[in-house]
Design a protein around this ligand. Structure first.
Ligand code: RP5
Length: 163
């Protein structure tokens, strides 16, 4: 059994964006725990989760937040586990505010940040991190990539025939 992934979001309004992340982790058989914790509204819960995450069986933390998106950085401050941030799209700047808040971390506290609304990629990256010490998961990732390549090749064949 692979280590767990914590999928933390700043608000329940982030849930729809994060569903592909949760589904992708499930598809790889990775146990996930989904939480709503805010760096600003519930900072004590953020500290509690991150500071005990490793001893509680987590291998990676995924953190999704929008606007002044400090959640991933705050979680990273309290753990040695890798933290992957998902900046959430916003109405004001299309998510550029979230992206910069998340990715511009000070030296010493890195956050691995995927694209705005890049929930699926966050799950795949988390799987790749866990696969470093999990041969079965490495095999699943290899199959996933092979299937993806086959799908693109099929589309290529299709368009070549059509046009
Ligand atoms: C962030 O502010 C959340 O991650 C969310 O993306 C955004 C809006 O939150 P709500 O006002 O909808 O709770 O903290």
């Amino acid at each position: 059994m692979s280590k767990k992934v914590a999928v933390v979001m700043g608000s329940d309004s982030d849930l729809d964006t994060m569903r592909p992340c949760i589904q992708r982790l499930q598809s790889f058989g990775i146990p996930a725990e989904v939480r709503i914790i805010s760096a600003h509204r519930t900072p004590a819960a953020a500290e509690e989760l991150a500071s005990h995450a490793a001893e509680n069986g987590f291998g990676v933390i995924i953190a999704a937040a929008g606007k002044a998106a400090h959640l991933a950085g705050v979680l990273a401050a309290y753990t040695t586990l890798p933290v992957i941030g998902v900046p959430i799209k916003t109405s004001m700047m299309g998510g550029l505010d979230s992206l910069l808040s998340m990715v511009q971390m000070p030296k010493g506290i890195p956050v691995a940040c995927v694209a705005v609304d890049g929930a699926d990629n966050a799950a795949i990256l988390a799987a790749q991190m866990l696969a470093l010490s999990d041969a079965e998961l490495t095999g699943k990732l290899a199959d996933f990539k092979a299937n993806m390549a086959a799908e693109v090749a099929e589309k290529d064949r299709h368009i070549t025939e059509k046009l």
